[in-house]
Design a protein around this ligand. Sequence first.
Ligand SMILES: Nc1nc2c(ncn2[C@@H]2O[C@H](COP(=O)(O)OP(=O)(O)OP(=O)(O)O)[C@@H](O)[C@H]2O)c(=O)[nH]1
Ligand SMILES: [Mg+2]
Length: 205
Amino acid sequence: MSSRPPNLTFKLVLLGDGRVGKTSLVLRYVNNVFSEKQEATVQAFYLKKHLVIEGVPVTLSIWDTAGQERFHALGPIYYRDADAALLVYDITDNDTFLRVRKWVKELQQMASKDIVMAIAANKSDLVRSKKYDIQEAESYAATIGSKIFVTSAKSGTGVDEVFIDITTHNRYVLLYTTHCFRPHTLWSPVKASLGSLCERVVFTD
Ligand SMILES: Nc1nc2c(ncn2[C@@H]2O[C@H](COP(=O)(O)OP(=O)(O)OP(=O)(O)O)[C@@H](O)[C@H]2O)c(=O)[nH]1
Ligand SMILES: [Mg+2]
């Protein structure tokens, strides 16, 4: 392995109903901008973000899909080989949460069984008193081994947290940062068994 740590590339797909704020979350995270007049996505939108997790450079390949029903059938193109899915709903509109459940079912049947999922309860700036009713969403997230993040693309609340958390929980990033990038911390039989994995987990940007 070279002394320079390799760049891990990690594919993240955003799914959710139309108008819930998927594109706005991505643009807030990558470019730190927000528009009240964000236009609906047609098919999908791609952006890249470089970040460093535990000293390891990671490239996030972000596929922001179109939420309008007429684009639903395109979903598999984007989630088929995704490492993670960020499921977005609008905290002020319960119907959009039902759509999250539908996407989860579809991912469980069609996507990689190792896909990491997180849920963003977006538009939290629209909820007065900051008393979010996300209990139902939290219980549901627990049943699918996932977490809820309360976000606002408008104010920026929770946005970095959700993207960083989902990246950190990617199994390759976890394995690489804990087992490969710091091999001296490993017990040697474990190191030997992971050796080939560490060699394989080399992605180029
Ligand atoms: N108040 C508020 N408005 C938001 C937030 N996020 C997005 N919006 C607004 O909601 C509308 C839809 O946002 P988009 O980011 O286009 O939603 P989308 O999920 O990408 O929609 P599709 O591309 O149609 O799937 C826009 O007018 C945004 O300005 C937020 O956190 N708070
Ligand atoms: Mg969009």
